[in-house]
Design a protein around this ligand. Sequence first.
Ligand SMILES: C[S@@+](CC[C@H](N)C(=O)[O-])C[C@H]1O[C@@H](n2cnc3c(N)ncnc32)[C@H](O)[C@@H]1O
Length: 241
Amino acid sequence: MEVVCVGCGPGDPELLTVKAASLLKNADVIYAPTAREGKPSIAFSIVQKYVNATAKIVDLIFPMVKNREQTRLYWRRNAEQIAEAAKMGKNVVYLTVGDPSLYSTWIYIQREITSRYPEIHLKIIPGIPSVFAFAAQAKISLAEGDETLGIIPACYDLEKVKRTANSCDTLVFLKDGRHFGEVIEMLGSAGFSDDSMITMAQDVSAGEEVLKRNSLKEIRQNKVTTEKYFSLMVAKRKNGS
Ligand SMILES: C[S@@+](CC[C@H](N)C(=O)[O-])C[C@H]1O[C@@H](n2cnc3c(N)ncnc32)[C@H](O)[C@@H]1O
């Protein structure tokens, strides 16, 4: 009895590990997370071409709300479905965008299964995180020498964001582009000078990628931003690559 979580990478189906592709080919049931009923799963759209035609595809809803009580009900119900399939001896795969260890729904499934179905073995196949696909596309180094790197979700407490920003040389912001404007306003007070380099991207490696690079001053003057959930932003104290 096993459940395998497959990291699907950032969007380009070619950026998938060979191991992930072979597990997908042999999967009987594939669980694909989505934010709401009827919304196609992004993770599934990335790996679709590797999936066996006989595999059963099941969308699982993970609503994007901050109410923990509400989300916990979904985690529980989704984990139950996955565990049932594993107990029937099926080859069960759970999909996640990028890597399973970075802001992924997988951890909620992992915790539920570990505590309620300890007899089920769990395996994780890493994927290329969006952050690194972004750095490759923008040809920037995230950290070198003694530099520190902070990975920050932009959609939560701005004070916490500021504390992290204060102590890092490079900041990577995820979750989500609609909050980047507020974060940009805060960067100056966290010691980022006007000529700090800011790179933003939408839909990295997913076909319709948009990439912008500006100094902090230009970003503020021209009100450069991104409105998409699938956006990343890197702020570097030094202007350069
Ligand atoms: C729930 S997190 C998932 C992160 C994922 N596990 C990873 O390893 O990249 C979703 C956030 O990841 C970022 N993201 C993931 N894939 C992306 C892509 N292809 N382009 C831009 N941003 C992406 C966005 O910031 C988005 O709001």
